[in-house]
Ligand binder design. Structure first.
Ligand code: 4AD
Ligand code: MG
Length: 481
């Protein structure tokens, strides 16, 4: 390779050395100073052109967005803001960029605008930083589990089951659209879906993960999952990545310990390995906060917020205790919650979750022992309480600014109890025989959870819209490329 990446050059002491750099023009000032970025660093390298001896037509082609190759001498910079620069001897345009048409100007663009040109936003500093942090977090997840002897298990994307029993699935079909099979009422006969079986895109790899855990002990999945929920929020995607560990012989307490350890480990990894990117995102946020009234500004900057999570234990609270807190609380002097928690059994809305973590406990909270009726069929059932209320060994981890980051539980390992619950909620057991075999042959207590990867990236980058932390967001009406 003839060229050197900018990240290394910016730290280099080898003044006088001939170097070649290839990258994209960020700015071109005074017909002389090109700021070049090749993606390796958030910082640009400055290349100084001898404009008096350079062809004028060539100079005109140095525009924001164009690709250049420069060869020259690495020298100490006299200008402010950089240590080194390149004294250019050769300059070539590898790819022109029409300045009238290129949408990215050398100024700050709004995230809304950048979302409309999502195919070009990789070129901005903000998205460079976000996707580097995303990369580091993904790597840290694998490292965490690898250090603990967990097996990375690939679970299917196309599946015949609905792991969450919530019916939020995208159907997969091999239908020949010229010969669509229809029933007597003229409706499409989906029974003839995927080689004769109705299949979906997976909502979770958990059930398959359980099969593997009940043989290998500790496993995790990390892959794309799909939810056909038509929700247009800043926290939901139709396609998101989930990390799902599943562990034989783990009870709920062990499950909580593992989840807390994992979150702290990956956040620390990002702080240690993406210091430059996180610092950049911190400054970006501080800048943004300036336009807000004083009382709406965040109490902690991004780095302090991340360190705070590392230094404090997550609060572990039962659903029943949380409901008592919420009933007694007013979110502020005048306002009530939009949805009042009147009685035990109601599902928490995001305003309640946020109140608990942001106002009451002021740190991440693990809510456990939820009412059975609002949770999935596979969760382990507790003995009914003194009032005869049924709860399950569920755990949701709530994070400030995010809401639900993790959802998990200890699993119901008792075959009869599981069958009874499936019947109650209308899940046909004959279609789940493969899953039920784990309880028929050598059942064992086991637990697991799902960590929404994009919600983690949101928290660590301080971004506020989930569409800004996944390279190609899939939301309703958003699947162009
Ligand atoms: O709470 P959920 O639905 O749990 C499960 O799927 C379990 N099977 C996990 C398990 O126990 N193995 O989803 C888990 C997490 C949520 O806490 C949230 O972080 C994320 O996945 N999540 C979403 N992220 C982005 N967009 C969506 N539409 C999401 N739905 C869930
Ligand atoms: Mg959940």
């Amino acid at each position: 390779m003839e060229h050197t990446r900018i990240k290394g050059l910016l730290k280099s002491e080898e003044f006088g050395k001939r170097v070649i750099v290839k990258g994209w023009v960020k700015t071109f000032r005074n017909n002389q100073f090109i700021a070049i970025n090749d993606g390796s660093s958030l910082n640009n390298i400055q290349a100084v052109v001898d404009f008096e001896n350079t062809d004028e037509v060539l100079l005109k082609r140095i525009t924001t967005g164009a690709t250049v190759r420069v060869a020259g001498t690495l020298v100490e910079s006299l200008g402010k803001g950089q240590r080194v620069e390149i004294k250019v001897q050769e300059l070539a345009i590898l790819g022109d960029s029409d300045p009238e048409k290129f949408p990215l100007q050398p100024k700050k663009h709004s995230l809304e605008f950048l979302r409309e040109i999502a195919h070009l936003r990789f070129r901005t500093g903000t998205f460079n930083a976000v996707f580097k942090v995303r990369n580091a977090l993904a790597f840290a997840v694998h490292q965490f589990f690898n250090e603990r002897d967990f097996v990375y298990m690939h679970t299917p994307i196309i599946t015949g089951s609905d792991a969450e029993g919530a019916g939020e699935m995208f159907k997969v079909t091999t239908l020949d659209f010229d010969h669509i099979p229809r029933n007597d009422q003229g409706q499409i006969d989906y029974k003839e879906d995927f080689f004769g079986k109705a299949t979906n895109l997976t909502v979770s790899g958990q059930l398959e993960g359980e099969l593997a855990a009940m043989a290998l002990g500790n496993i995790y999945t990390f892959g794309p999952t799909f939810r056909a929920e038509n929700s247009n929020t800043t926290r939901h995607l139709a396609e998101f990545w989930m990390i799902e560990p599943e562990m034989a012989f783990y009870e709920l307490e062990d499950n909580m310990d593992l989840a807390e350890d994992l979150l702290k480990y990956v956040i620390k990894y990002a702080l240690d390995h993406c210091a430059e990117e996180i610092d950049f995102l911190k400054s970006r946020l501080l800048e943004e906060e300036k336009s807000k009234p004083q009382n709406e500004r965040a109490e902690l900057n991004l780095v302090d917020k991340l360190n705070f999570v590392l230094e404090n234990n997550f609060e572990r609270v039962t659903y029943t205790d949380a409901i008592e807190i919420l009933k007694r609380s007013k979110p502020n002097q005048k306002k009530q919650f939009k949805y009042l928690i009147e009685e035990w059994g109601a599902d928490l809305q995001s305003e309640h979750e946020r109140y608990l973590v942001e106002k009451h406990f002021k740190k991440p909270v693990i809510l456990i022992d939820y009412p059975r009726e609002i949770k999935s069929f596979y969760m382990k059932q507790n003995e009914p309480d003194a009032q005869g209320r049924h709860t399950v060994r569920a755990m949701d981890i709530l994070f400030p600014g995010i809401g639900e980051m993790v959802g998990g539980s200890q699993r119901e390992e008792n075959l009869d109890k599981l069958l009874a619950r499936m019947e109650e909620v209308g899940i046909p057991s004959e279609e789940m025989d493969w899953f039920l075999d784990t309880r028929r042959f050598g059942t064992a207590p086991h637990s697991g959870f799902g960590l929404g990867f994009e919600r983690l990236v949101l928290f660590v980058t301080g971004m506020t819209n989930i569409r800004d932390v996944i390279p190609f967001p899939r939301t309703p009406n958003n699947a162009e490329f």
